[in-house]
Each structure stands twice: as structure tokens, then as C-alpha cells.
Ligand binder design. Structure first.
Ligand SMILES: CC(C)(COP(=O)(O)OP(=O)(O)OC[C@H]1O[C@@H](n2cnc3c(N)ncnc32)[C@H](O)[C@@H]1OP(=O)(O)O)[C@@H](O)C(=O)NCCC(=O)NCCS
Length: 214
């Protein structure tokens, strides 16, 4: 399909990842700009609590700029961003914050509309991207960082068997204040293991969690 070819800019990155019968990931493209901006705009108040870029996304042009940056990310072989479709409807975005092929690691970031929460869409989408990172890109380590207070976001790596390695103190700014980030990672050797990196760590709390002895 010509359109598909247009977004498949890198031989190792797919244009689409079919997650299951309900969820599909598709590399963001110019044609998504209007719908993606509308989704962001409808969910502005809910998203802005956790995501620093929401307030500066004021028009379709801003979403187009995001799409162009993600295409540049693909050209540079640093990962890709996907529209998440649930039963055919655009509900959010998931993608690589970065891909570091030299050191075999990557970080995943995501958001979904308020209405689409609670159905496991993001856990399924994230599981598919972790699988892609490990099995197709051959990476060794996948990271997820989340605001320490963002329990819904933290539950995703915990469900997928990630290990909480640390709390990064005041490592980001959201809504004008420094926030602590819970730092999760999953190693290739634990992927597919029934207990992942081990039992989920309790939510909340300050201070670094000592790394697990491996
Ligand atoms: C973080 C965010 C993606 C989490 O969304 P979510 O809907 O809670 O996550 P999931 O799609 O994985 O759904 C999990 C829920 O579906 C349920 N579920 C149903 N079927 C499921 C399945 N097959 N697999 C996993 N969970 C399933 C889970 O029990 C859980 O239920 P709960 O809401 O009662 O706890 C969403 O809240 C969001 O986008 N927030 C704003 C932006 C943001 O915070 N982004 C992250 C920045 S780090």
C-alpha cells in the first residue's frame, strides 16, 4: 500500500503491529494529524496532569510538528511512534522515547484517552512493543519511567513484569514543579519468564529501591 510505504521509512521498523483482535499499532503519519489533535484536545485536562507537552499543543500544526519529529526519529533509526487503534478507533499513542542500538536499550512512553482506559489496551500495546524491541530489534533492556504518583502508568510495567530499579528524584518538570520518576526496566533474559523481573514493588514511597542481585 502506497500510504504504508510512506510511513515505513526504516527497514527494521514496521508500519503496523497487530497486537490482537482489538488493538493495532500503526506508525503515526501526516494523515493522523487532525484526529490526533482532536483526541489530545478532548482529553486536555486529564492528560496535562501527567504529560508536559499538552499545554504547548494548541493546534493541528503542533500535532503535525510532533508527527514530523517522529518521522525524523525513524530516519535517524532512534525508534518510532504509533497511533493506537482500539476496535479501529484512534485512542492514543505509544512509542519509543529513544532506541539506543549501541547499548541495546530503549525507553517506551504512552498515553491513551480517558474513555479508553480500564480495558487493558495499553498493557497489551506496551507488551507488543516490548516484544518487538526484544525479539525484532534484538535489544537487551527496555525502560519505562513514570511519575511516582501516576499509579495507572506504573501499573503497566508492573503487570508486564518489569523491575523497579530506582526513584529518580526531581528528574522531570510537569506543570511547573519537579516530580520524582519511578524507573522500571526489563531485561531480555526475563522476558517471557512467568514472574518477569520478580514480584511487583509496592507503589509509592520515596528513595531508591536497591537493585536486585542477578
Ligand atoms: C497511563 C495510562 C495509559 C493507563 O491506562 P489504563 O487504561 O489504566 O491501562 P490499561 O489500558 O493497561 O488498562 C488497565 C486496566 O484494564 C484492566 N484490564 C482489562 N483487560 C486487561 C488486559 N487484557 N490486560 C491488562 N489489563 C486489563 C486492568 O485490570 C486495569 O483495570 P483498572 O483500571 O481497574 O486498574 C492512562 O491512564 C493514561 O494515558 N494516562 C494519561 C497519560 C499518562 O499518564 N501517560 C503515561 C506517562 S508515564
Amino acid at each position: 500500500m502506497a500510504e504504508e510505504g510512506a510511513v515505513r521509512l526504516h527497514a527494521r521498523y514496521p508500519a503496523r503491529i497487530r497486537v490482537d483482535d482489538e488493538v493495532e499499532l500503526e506508525t503515526v503519519a501526516e494523515r493522523d494529524a487532525v484526529d490526533l489533535f482532536a483526541l489530545t484536545d478532548r482529553n486536555r485536562e486529564y492528560l496535562r496532569r501527567w504529560l508536559p507537552w499538552v499545554d504547548s499543543t494548541r493546534s493541528v500544526a503542533d500535532t503535525r510538528a510532533f508527527i514530523e519529529r517522529s518521522r525524523e526519529q525513524v530516519r535517524r533509526e532512534q525508534g518510532f511512534q504509533c497511533a493506537i487503534r482500539f476496535r479501529g478507533e484512534l485512542v492514543g499513542v505509544i512509542g519509543f522515547v529513544y532506541v539506543d542500538q549501541v547499548n541495546g536499550r530503549a525507553e517506551i512512553g504512552y498515553w491513551i484517552s480517558e474513555a479508553a482506559q480500564g480495558r487493558g489496551v495499553m498493557t497489551r500495546a506496551c507488551g507488543a512493543l516490548v516484544h518487538f524491541a526484544i525479539e525484532s530489534l534484538g535489544l537487551n533492556r527496555v525502560e519505562i519511567r513514570a511519575d511516582i504518583d501516576n499509579r495507572r502508568s506504573r501499573a503497566i510495567p508492573e503487570r508486564l513484569g518489569f523491575f523497579q530499579e530506582a526513584v529518580l528524584r526531581e528528574a522531570a518538570i510537569t506543570n511547573g514543579r519537579y516530580i520524582d520518576l519511578a524507573m522500571y526496566a526489563l531485561l531480555r533474559r526475563s522476558w517471557g519468564h512467568p514472574t518477569g523481573e520478580g514480584p511487583a514493588k509496592p507503589l509509592g514511597g520515596e528513595g531508591a529501591v536497591p537493585p536486585r542481585k542477578e
